[in-house]
Design a protein around this ligand. Structure first.
Ligand SMILES: [Zn+2]
Length: 590
């Protein structure tokens, strides 16, 4: 179908009104209603509708009835469909998009973290002294021995520009064990009390795939990275299904307020699944959730997980609101802790070299390949965490091997993060996407901004320019999907829309654009990664991800025209209305 304005993006399209509110008109007096039995419940007019259909059509109006989009097209086509009960909204020339899909959002964990009274996230804290004060206040309200748990601190945003240590925390909490997870979720800091409870001392060896950081005398500094985190995390107070139900129910509406209608929660266990099920059954799950199960470390446990999830896997079936969709495997660590797996040594402070450190793999590579093969051969969709160039090559080589040995179409295995892909990796993405409908990057443009200062410092001046090569993806026809990795970076997609174009680090520690701008892309490319491309990564592209007749009515009306505002303003755009399955799940109060 072609619409009046044709299929190209009109960059000079000006909104007729930038009013934040929407104008609601009653059509009862206009005298040309259709029979109300077939009339839409809702009509949006005077809109810049970015449909994201195959032809990239632009439309001006949409009709919705029940949970479906019933018509898309010009004003002249859509207005006459209205009946006496139809709500008509004049969008004022602003942008309307499909509901946004965040393909990597640890929402259950992140929502739980937000319920903690301890707020050590920037900008609530800007120094180590601020964090110490928060911990001191928390300790004052607890009995001796009770745990203090927090998350989301980031050395790159602290005045002192260094990681916390056990000694920092001992000053303010000598008797209460403390565990503060870094915003990357790939490392954290424990105080001496917590280290003692975990049995960690100078003689404790680093576990496989993990690092116990040590001071000059060889004593644990308090920082535990990757697989070493479990030593402390496993002895913290347990979190129940009810805790997750409460946290997710309370906060899911915030996703709708940012235009999100679907998430892929990439690391669930039974508690998260039970919580999502309960919330869905209560009718309170206002985003659809596609979940990946975390694969445990041993082959025996991996086989057990496969048996456990087989009966409840419902990817590509009739379920659209809660989907047990696949599994997640970790190859390497993170860019913030310099534990991602690299060919060359990590940098530090942009130009220094972290001599001898090329990161780590979570498990032996033979075991990682065997796990990928196990789930691939069973027909399970795989999401693989790979950040470093070497980890990404390993992931794609593994996908190539298992797909060659057992060719299977459309499992859409993904490379989660895919921060520094080599030319070889990109060649394999092109090949595997074409031949098997597999090997899609699921990336987080907001990393460049939110954790961008430390990140650029670690990747170094030269490699930073190759991080997240989104323009190259576009030019080579590599389909990729957008995401936040909440709570590593904030979930609001507006930050990704902006960051993918601006490529600016938050504080400018190594200059405003340590990433360069050669790999900048347009708002439209990022929106496509957050809609139809993302829909493919949750196997729902026939149902959501574009505004087309017959699809589920997941729609966002934005408060301005995303295509004509300055790039810097993208960070501030807000929905005025979010629909999921045709239901209003968010409406701005003014
Ligand atoms: Zn993640």
């Amino acid at each position: 179908m072609r619409y009046a304005e044709g299929k190209t993006m009109s960059m000079c399209h000006r909104p007729q009104s930038l009013a934040l509110g929407v104008l609601m008109l009653c059509l009862a007096a206009c005298g040309q209603q259709s029979s109300d039995t077939i009339a839409p419940d809702l009509i949006l007019v005077n809109a810049h509708v970015v449909t994201m259909d195959a032809a990239d059509s632009i439309a001006q109006a949409i009709a919705v009835r029940g949970d479906r989009i019933t018509a898309v097209g010009t004003e002249q086509m859509i207005r006459p469909l209205a009946g006496p009960q139809t709500e008509l909204i004049d969008v004022g020339g602003n942008t309307v998009t499909p509901g946004l899909i965040d393909t990597h959002n640890h929402f259950a964990w992140g929502a739980l973290g937000k319920t903690s009274p301890l707020n050590i996230e920037y900008p609530a804290v800007t120094s180590i002294e601020d964090i110490k004060e928060q911990v001191r206040l928390a300790a004052a309200n607890l009995k001796s021995g009770e745990w203090i748990i927090g998350s989301r601190w980031d050395a790159g945003k602290l005045l002192e520009q260094r990681d916390l240590t056990a000694a920092d925390l001992d000053d303010v909490s000598p008797d209460n064990p403390v565990w503060l997870l870094h915003t990357s979720a790939h490392y954290g800091v424990a105080n001496t009390k917590a280290l003692e409870l975990a049995g960690i001392d100078a003689g404790t060896p680093d576990p496989n795939g993990g690092v116990i950081a040590r001071d000059d005398e060889g004593n644990p500094s308090g920082i535990l990275a990757d697989q070493a985190m479990a030593l402390v995390a496993d002895i913290t107070p347990p979190v129940s299904v009810e805790d997750f139900v409460r946290a997710v129910s309370e906060r899911v509406g915030f996703l709708n307020a940012e235009g999100i209608t679907t998430i892929k929660d990439p690391e669930i266990d039974q508690r998260h699944w039970d919580a999502y099920k309960t919330i869905n059954e209560n009718g309170d799950l206002s985003v659809r959730v596609f979940a990946l199960w975390r694969v445990p470390d041993t082959m025996a446990e991996a086989r057990e997980l496969l048996q456990h999830i087989r009966p409840i896997m419902n990817r590509g079936g009739d379920a659209v609101d809660l989907i047990s969709g696949g599994i997640k495997i970790y190859i390497d660590g993170s860019g913030t802790a310099r534990t991602a797996w690299m060919y060359d040594d990590w940098n530090e402070n942009f130009t220094d070299v972290d001599e001898g450190n090329t990161g780590l793999t979570y498990l032996e590579t033979d075991l990682l390949l065997a796990q990928i093969r196990l789930f691939h051969d069973a027909g399970v969709h795989i999401g693989t965490h790979a950040i470093g160039d070497r980890a990404i090559d390993f992931t794609l080589d593994s996908y190539d091997r298992v797909l060659t040995d057992k060719p299977t179409m459309s499992l859409r295995h993904s490379i989660i993060h895919c921060n520094l892909p080599t030319a070889h990796a990109m060649d394999l993405m092109v090949k595997l996407q074409r031949d098997y409908d597999a090997a899609y990057p699921e990336v987080q443009p907001a990393f460049l901004w939110w954790i961008g200062d430390v990140y650029a410092g670690n990747f170094g001046a030269e490699r930073s320019r190759q991080v997240l090569p989104l323009r190259t993806f576009q030019e080579r026809g590599i389909k990729w999907a957008g995401s936040s990795d909440f709570d590593v970076s904030p979930y609001a997609p507006r930050y990704a829309l902006w960051a993918a174009s601006a490529r600016e680090a938050m504080l400018g520690t190594y200059g405003e654009n340590p990433w360069g701008t050669d790999e900048s892309i347009s708002v439209h490319d990022t929106l496509r990664a957050y809609t139809i491309n993302a829909a493919r990564q949750v196997f729902l592209e026939q149902k959501v991800g574009s505004i087309e007749e017959g699809k589920l009515a997941d729609i966002v009306v934005w408060d301005r025209d995303l295509y004509s505002i300055p790039v810097s303003e993208l960070k501030e755009v807000k929905p005025v209305l979010t629909l999921m399955n045709g239901e209003v799940v968010y409406r701005a109060s003014n």
